[in-house]
Write a protein that binds this ligand. Structure first.
Ligand SMILES: [Zn+2]
Ligand SMILES: [Zn+2]
Length: 480
């Protein structure tokens, strides 16, 4: 897909002298007052000045290329800063009242009330507890989407924060602690902040913004409702259909840093189980048995060759890991059966399918070679999250203007998974990682899903500003 910059001016379709003067002046003032110096985004704009002047006098068509007018970025700056206290308050409230996947009733209620208070048309109970709001600008323009996830994890919190969660819930009949250990409290509160920022600028916006607050990113748990997949299935990307979508995840690197890729950023994930059926007997007379332990061991070894001998690794990484082997209970009994559990991760659909196909052959035939029988079951979970390279390239300057170009880093794709892939498979998407570790942090860095995971709240206004910038810039793009 090719993107073309389109200018949507606030009062009518054609640029006026006031717009151009404001645009030029804004650069000068911004460079004087902005805390980020030598900002490449604005420097680039200076170099565009002469072109703009020529275009200004020549243009007769409304299709007049430029980035988001700087006055809107300024507004987004000050509005994001003004929202900080409120967003932190929301984040702490969500943190203290976390809800497991598909049970995000309280969170969804707060989100829906907030979006309604901003005058949006709001849909609730999308994919059980999801919330979707549509903010319509005053001028014609594209529809874009922004997404946050709302669910927490069955983990007992150990952060010792004053607003730490003491919530428990029941999962598979057991009592579990519940904690926002994946930062979805920050994702949700930040996107609520972005909604406020952009709603305050509504009369100056072209196009519309769809705010997607999604349940059950961490999995379906005891319901068979998978957050993003279900939202897409229920038509969240239709009527109106967004042209692009943005999503972010907090990540343990320095606050003020954004990580991105131009292709795969997170992996596909599928879980597998292998059941090996043999014939048990006395450990002293193995010739009278069909030993499932030996067969399972050979299968584990064979699985190691799927990536090393079959996957075309130059096209993307892949991992096959066995996490569990269970068989037998005594030293001198050859058991009847063995059970293996594992996970498959890939960075593209081709490799994913190849591994599935080869695994089936390898498992069946290895078992047969040892006089046993094996059944393989693969549970297909999330596809790879793949960023649209052109969209990312269009967006890098505006992220640079929010954070400083040195803080916008191209990263290696990760092997963890995210169901943002269901949106990214439908429309051009950009998923990025937002740093949440304070610059002077000492001691171990707790990863996401740790009971001690925490975020630097200074990252909150940065997250709000960055996503507001992305939304604004995307509104000034139109797909050809
Ligand atoms: Zn998670
Ligand atoms: Zn997460």
């Amino acid at each position: 897909m090719h993107y073309q910059k389109v200018n949507y001016l606030i009062n009518g379709n054609k640029p006026g002298l006031f717009d151009l003067l404001t645009f030029l002046l804004s650069d000068i003032q911004l460079n004087r007052s902005n805390h980020i110096h030598a900002n490449p985004y604005h420097m680039m704009k200076f170099t565009q000045t002469s072109t703009l002047i020529i275009l200004f006098f020549a243009v007769l068509s409304p299709a007049f290329g430029q980035h988001t007018p700087d006055r809107l970025l300024w507004q987004a700056d000050s509005l994001s800063a003004a929202m900080e206290e409120q967003v932190v308050e929301w984040r702490r409230d969500f943190h203290q009242n976390p809800e497991l996947s598909n049970r995000e009733y309280r969170t969804a209620g707060i989100v829906a009330d907030h979006l309604r208070s901003l005058g949006m048309d709001v849909q609730t109970e999308v994919a059980k507890t999801g919330v979707v709001g549509l903010l319509e600008g005053q001028a014609d323009g594209p529809v874009i989407a922004l997404r946050a996830d709302m669910d927490a994890l069955p983990i007992t919190e150990e952060t010792g924060l004053p607003f730490a969660s003491t919530v428990t819930d029941t999962l598979h009949g057991e009592t579990v602690g519940v904690m926002h250990a994946c930062g979805h409290d920050m994702h949700t509160s930040s996107l609520m902040g972005v909604a406020s920022v952009l709603a305050s600028m509504q009369d100056q916006l072209p196009g519309s913004i769809k705010f997607i607050f999604q349940p059950a990113e961490e999995g379906a748990f005891d319901y068979d409702i998978w957050g993003a997949k279900q939202m897409v299935g229920e038509g969240v990307l239709e009527d109106p259909r967004p042209e692009v979508i943005f999503g972010m995840h907090v990540w343990p690197f320095e606050t003020g840093t954004v990580g991105y890729t131009r292709g795969a950023i997170m992996a596909s994930v599928d879980n597998f189980s292998i059941h090996v059926a043999g014939r048990g007997g006395h450990g002293a007379a193995p010739w009278k048995t069909a030993d499932p332990v030996v067969a399972a061991s050979q299968i584990v070894n064979g699985l190691q060759t799927l990536v090393s001998r079959n996957a075309e690794l130059t096209k993307g990484a892949a991992v096959v890991s066995v996490g569990s082997i269970r068989s037998g209970n005594r030293s001198n009994i050859i058991p009847e059966e063995a059970e293996l559990l594992g996970t498959i991760r890939t960075h593209n659909e081709e490799t994913r399918q190849l591994i599935h196909d080869r695994m089936e052959t390898l498992v069946k035939h290895t078992a047969k070679a040892y006089n046993t029988q094996a059944e393989l079951e693969i549970e297909r979970l999330y596809p790879t999250v793949t960023n649209d390279a052109k969209l990312v390239d269009h967006m890098l300057p505006v992220i640079g203007s929010s954070l400083g170009a040195a803080h916008v880093k191209e990263i290696d794709p990760l092997m963890i998974a995210e169901d943002f892939s269901y949106y990214a498979n439908e429309i051009p998407a950009m998923f990025y990682l937002m740093g949440i570790i304070p610059p002077n942090h000492e001691g171990p860095v707790e990863p996401i899903h740790s009971p001690r995971f925490d975020i630097d709240e200074d990252a909150i206004p940065i997250a709000v500003r960055t996503m507001s910038y992305l939304a604004l810039e995307a509104l000034f793009l139109r797909a050809e």
